[in-house]
Structures are given as C-alpha cells and as structure tokens.
Design a protein around this ligand. Sequence first.
Ligand code: GLN
Length: 245
Amino acid sequence: MSRAELKPSTVVGKMIGVLDLQGDVFEHLDHLERLGVAVRPVKKEEDFNDLAGLILPGGESTCLARLLQIFGIDKIIIQKFHEGMKLWGTCAGAILLAKSVVGEASHLGLIDIAVERNGFGSQMDSFVSEASIPRLSGTPLPLTFIRAPKILSVGKGVEVLLRIDDYIAAAESPDVLVTIFHPELTPSLAFHRYFTRKCGVEPGGEETASDPSWEKTSWMRLARITPIERQAIRRTPREGIATGD
Ligand code: GLN
C-alpha cells in the first residue's frame, strides 16, 4: 500500500492529517490507519481541507521550520488552528509548537510551553523506557526518546500529562497535545487513540494495550511505489532510473 492507496474520508471534518515535509510521517499514518481513522499526508494548502486534526511528526525541527516557511505552511497551520483544527506535535513537532525554545526563536508558538532542544544529549543518548499515564491507559506505555527535547515548564492553560525527574514529557492544552517521545515507534496505539478523540473523531477497534500485528517495519508498506507510479515511470523513462519492476 502507498500514500495513494490511503483510505479517503467519507465524513467531512473527520480526517486527521500528518504534516508530510520531513520526519516520521509514514509511522503516524500507519498508527492512525490501525485505528480505522481516515488519514492524509499534508503538504499543500488543499490538503488542509476538512482536517479535524494535524500531527507534526518528529524529525529535525530546524529543517521542518525552514520548509514550513518556504512553502508558507506555517501561516496555514496557524489559520486552521484558529478555525478549530487540533494539533499534536511529537518531538521536533513539539519544538515547532512551543511558545518558547531555549536559546532560539520560537516557531508556531501555539502552546505555552518552554522546551530545550536535545535536552538529553546527542543521538547516542537516545533511550526507551515506560511510564503510566492514567488519563490515557490502564497499563504502562512504552516510551521512545530520540535526541529528544525536554519540556522545562508549562504556562497557564497547559496540563502536564507526564513528568519524569526534572522534565515534562507530555502535556496538553484543550487544543494542542505535545509529547517529547515517539508513540508511533511503539506497538501502543494509546496516544493516537487519545489524539483522535481530542479531534472529535471516534477511533475503531478494540482498546488493547498494544497492536500485536505492529512491527518496526510496518510503516514501510506505505512507502512503496505503487504499480500506477511504476507504470508512469515506464512511460516517461529518464536516464539513470531503473524502469523495470
Ligand atoms: N533533536 C531534534 C530537533 O531538535 C528532534 C529529534 C526528534 O524529533 N526525534 O529538532
């Protein structure tokens, strides 16, 4: 299956988008699909039509911020947010949404939190752990931190969902969710289910602690070139591109 084969929404305003500029886009699309949610990768202005919510994935916030500006998507996100679109930022996505970023200018500034980029150190200091977040699940949730930021403080109107040692790992306002870890890289669907409900969309399926059919490579089914795209490449062969199946 590829992006082109993602199920279209039949209900207006009931689709959830994943910002498709850089980072772990397919992983989020895969998780939402497992909940039976109508999903769409979002890159152009028209992709924002009828979105109940948008996920800003993890990746590299400097790169993402630059692309947001170059394509004018920052202004569209802010406008749609004020029209009711909910937002969830994971890791780099949380940095983009923060009102304040230590030592740097902030980007979208849509949730009153202060973050410190790379708060745990380098890529080599990435780690996994687990924690209980009663609002989301009755069982501990797996947490994956990849060169994560730390949320240092939250302002008025922002609730802490998970505090560990000297940092905050997950928080939310009525319209924005932020996590410094990556639920899309674990078999747990709890955060995607929670965000889907925050968007006013009812997810399908049983509320199990994890999806036993999920594998680290599950997202790859979405990244494959479709037969249709392969045909197009064959019709307009370009030098140096292998055109066979
Ligand atoms: N360290 C990255 C940044 O500052 C975020 C890493 C991630 O999204 N996993 O943008």
